[in-house]
Design a protein around this ligand. Structure first.
Ligand SMILES: Nc1nc2c(c(=O)[nH]1)N[C@H]1C(S)=C(S)[C@@H](COP(=O)(O)OP(=O)(O)OC[C@H]3O[C@@H](n4cnc5c(=O)[nH]c(N)nc54)[C@H](O)[C@@H]3O)O[C@H]1N2
Ligand SMILES: Nc1nc2c(c(=O)[nH]1)N[C@H]1C(S)=C(S)[C@@H](COP(=O)(O)OP(=O)(O)OC[C@H]3O[C@@H](n4cnc5c(=O)[nH]c(N)nc54)[C@H](O)[C@@H]3O)O[C@H]1N2
Ligand code: SF4
Ligand SMILES: [Mo]
Length: 666
């Protein structure tokens, strides 16, 4: 048989949403071929996806529905038919609803699959049921709120403009792992004499790509932003004319800046005052400086305020008016490319129900009020904070847990019933890039193996078994794509006929550049003072912190994406063992050497690591790299066991980087 190329799109939680070709032979994906014409990737595919076929064809895949045949968590299951599985699930749900009402049923979904229909269709189903509502704030909601408090719906600096920036301030992002497509702008920019400065807690992975790496104490970036603005104003580098015409509240805020001196900020951030002075001057003098903002520093009790302050900093020199200037890393168009309600169907919900914040899933499932949990596109036993509580809940004998999965994840092990899920190439969908300006569609490239079913098809079957008769549940995913495309939003209203045709047939189109000078706030001005907030005038606030001497941050691994790809030995091998980066001085104080086995502990858990002793981390901080599958950890626990389930200041978001610990030799 010859190889046929079928265009497809990466379904994972990554800003680029790369398009590429699946090499298909005899209904099997045998390889991946980059698409040099893809508007987002330009043909550069990350190491995780270069051998996507190894995930798709993995022997570890779950291919049939399974029923538990041992203690919860034992991982012992027996195959059953779909008919049997659906009957068991629907019978149980009907009984729960009759006895305790639909709010005794909860769902958990996050970012396993990011394409619109497969990700969001379950919302329609659980809205129809009247089940608990899930607050989905596991990633960067505090960042989104912090930014929106200043800029409203203004599209952020488009990554396509980064080639025009003349100064790069990479603020809390390990771009080599999480934003590789924009790395070329950094590398080329540097070759052309542009300066690249990094501000991070754990600088080691990125510092080789930067002219200077500034190490900051976790959760203190707001103080740095304030001190930089102090210097910028003092040196007359603020664009007063721009601020007068485009911003609200600048005068009031400027009056607060004199107290935020670099010496004040040194005390909080650990960054020498001289370094802050120099950084502020460099930034202030640049013509079109780009702040490339990651999400790490928003995952704190003060996360939204931190992002608000950094966003204001990006405005004070008038950088947004220049090509390549501004802040990159939030939504580049500020609006959705599709009408998500066509998929989520909020109108199906008759009345509001109990709300569960995904970050507090553990406490919700521990509480006996929830009788059934349905998990799909998420692995909360590995990726949500306080995994100890999540697992304690999942162990409850009276909790009926269904997990729709591709692999035997740490969560699936606790299921009563597992349903086999598809890979992206086995289903059709529409894909919106959240950090890039592309909208794509991809048709199913191969039939699913075994009895795997897409989320869409699974919810259709479950809807039928539950007696939900709405037309919505009778459609195919392909019909849903047509429905979504026939209701274009403002963001895509200007697409050419050619682009529309491309989307109808499966392909990726570039969305026009957003107008960065048309401020997407109600007043049409940048909100430096925002009277709608409890803190109208932005200021430095402290994060949650804790009792223990070291601050713990979690950083992604280049070899996995959250807990995805942990099924791949070719990714696990280079990722290596579970490592905790520790500053040389903190290690010395405790007699710890590089490579030693250590215990990282706090009031929640004791987690074993291999010590990675380095100067590339802030003193007083430790960084845990990547998420590990339970069986690949030293003592069965991953970093999330050490994370409390507290929420951010605004946005009800994760504060997974805002925890304290201590370490000792094992
Ligand atoms: N320690 C630590 N914790 C973190 C992070 C971190 O960096 N470190 N990152 C945080 C962030 S930013 C995020 S966004 C969250 C992500 O948290 P989650 O969304 O829970 O992501 P994953 O752990 O990757 O789990 C996704 C699961 O979805 C499954 N899946 C994939 N495609 C499909 C599909 O089509 N259908 C179904 N039914 N299942 C599918 C995958 O097999 C996988 O097991 O984790 C957060 N937690
Ligand atoms: N290879 C790979 N790619 C991924 C992922 C993955 O797990 N692996 N995850 C995907 C997902 S879900 C997301 S949300 C994005 C995340 O991507 P980004 O939001 O760009 O962030 P990260 O690259 O995760 O880097 C976060 C950085 O923040 C730093 N940091 C933590 N606390 C602070 C602080 O207080 N101040 C400062 N200045 N820095 C701090 C950490 O040290 C880390 O370097 O990446 C996506 N892409
Ligand atoms: S994980 Fe990110 S970089 Fe890799 S192929 Fe997917 S979208 Fe592209
Ligand atoms: Mo994320």
């Amino acid at each position: 048989m010859s190889i046929v190329l079928k265009r497809t799109v990466c379904p994972y939680d990554c800003p680029t949403t790369c398009g590429f070709f699946a090499e298909v032979e005899d209904n099997k994906v045998v390889g991946i071929r980059p698409d040099p014409n893809d508007p987002a990737s330009g043909g550069l595919i990350c190491r995780k996806m270069r051998h996507y076929e190894r995930s798709i064809n993995s022997e570890k895949r779950i291919l049939t529905p399974l029923i538990r045949n041992g203690k919860k968590g034992s991982g012992e299951f027996l195959p059953i038919s779909w008919d049997e599985a659906v009957r068991l699930i629907s019978d149980r749900w009907k009984a729960v609803i009759a006895e305790d009402g639909p709010e005794a049923i909860a769902s958990c979904v996050y970012s396993g699959v990011m394409s619109d229909i497969q990700r969001h269709c379950g919302e329609a189903f659980f809205n129809k049921m009247g089940a608990c509502e899930l607050i989905k704030t596991l990633c960067s909601s505090a960042k989104g709120v912090g930014y929106a408090n200043v800029m409203g719906k203004t599209g952020c600096l488009d990554p396509r403009e980064l080639c025009d920036s003349d100064f790069y301030l990479i603020w809390g992002s390990n771009m080599t792992a999480t934003r590789i497509q924009s790395m070329k702008d950094i590398v080329e920019g540097r070759k052309n004499g542009k300066r690249v400065v990094l501000i991070d807690v754990y600088t080691e992975p990125m510092s080789a790509y930067c002219d200077e790496a500034v190490t900051i104490r976790p959760g203190t970036d707001g103080a740095l932003a304030l001190a930089m603005m102090h210097v910028i104003v003092r040196e007359g580098l603020a664009d007063e004319e721009f601020l007068k015409n485009n911003a609200e509240g600048w005068d009031i805020f400027r009056d607060t800046l004199p107290e935020y001196t670099p010496v004040w900020a040194e005390e909080i951030t650990g960054i020498p005052a001289d370094t802050i002075e120099k950084l502020a001057m460099e930034y202030g003098r640049a013509n079109a400086p780009a702040v490339i903002l990651g999400s790490g520093n928003s995952r704190y009790g003060n996360g939204a305020m931190t992002v608000r302050l950094i966003t204001i900093l990006s405005c004070v020199t008038g950088a947004w008016l220049k090509k390549g200037g501004g802040l990159c890393g939030c939504g580049p168009t500020g609006q959705s490319y599709i009408d998500g309600n066509i998929i989520k169907r909020p109108d199906f919900r008759e009345k509001p129900a109990r709300k569960i914040n995904i970050n507090q899933l553990g406490r919700a499932v521990k509480d006996g009020g929830i009788k059934s949990l349905y998990v799909y596109g998420s692995n909360p036993a590995a990726s949500v904070s306080d995994t100890g509580a999540v697992i304690e809940g999942l162990k409850r004998d009276d909790l009926f847990t269904v997990v729709h999965e591709r692999f035997m994840t740490d969560t699936a092990r606790y299921a009563d019933i597992i349903l086999p899920a598809c890979f992206s190439v086995e289903q059709s969908d529409i894909y919106e890039a959240y950090g890039y300006c592309t909208l794509s569609t991809a048709n199913k490239a191969v039939e699913a193996p075994g009895q795997c079913k897409s989320n869409w098809d699974t919810f259709r079957i479950l809807a039928e078994a539950m007696g939900y008769e709405d037309d919505y549940f009778n459609r195919t995913a392909e019909q849903m794509i047509d429905e979504v495309l026939s209701h274009p939003t403002k963001a895509v209203a200007g697409l050419s006929d050619e682009d529309r045709e491309k989307l109808n047939n499966g392909g990726s189109v570039s969305i026009p550049f957003a107008d960065h000078t048309k401020w997407g706030t109600k007043s049409g001005k940048i909100k430096i003072v925002n009277e709608k907030l409890a803190e109208p005038i932005p200021k430095y606030t402290e994060c949650h912190g804790g009792e223990y001497p070291l601050k713990l941050v979690s950083v992604p691994s280049a070899h996995t994406l959250n807990s995805i790809f942990t099924e791949r030995d070719d990714m696990n091998a280079p990722k290596g063992k579970m490592k905790l980066a520790v500053h040389t001085s903190d290690a010395e104080k405790r007699g710890i050497k590089n490579g030693d086995r250590i215990i990282c502990f706090n009031d929640l858990a004791e987690v074993e690591y291999e010590a990675l002793v380095t100067d590339g981390i802030a003193e007083g901080a430790v960084a845990s790299v990547g998420i590990f599958k339970g069986e690949h950890t030293f003592n069965g626990l991953g970093v999330n066991a050490l994370q409390h389930d507290r929420l951010s200041d605004l946005g009800e978001a994760t504060t997974m980087n805002d925890n304290t610990v201590d370490i000792r030799l094992k």
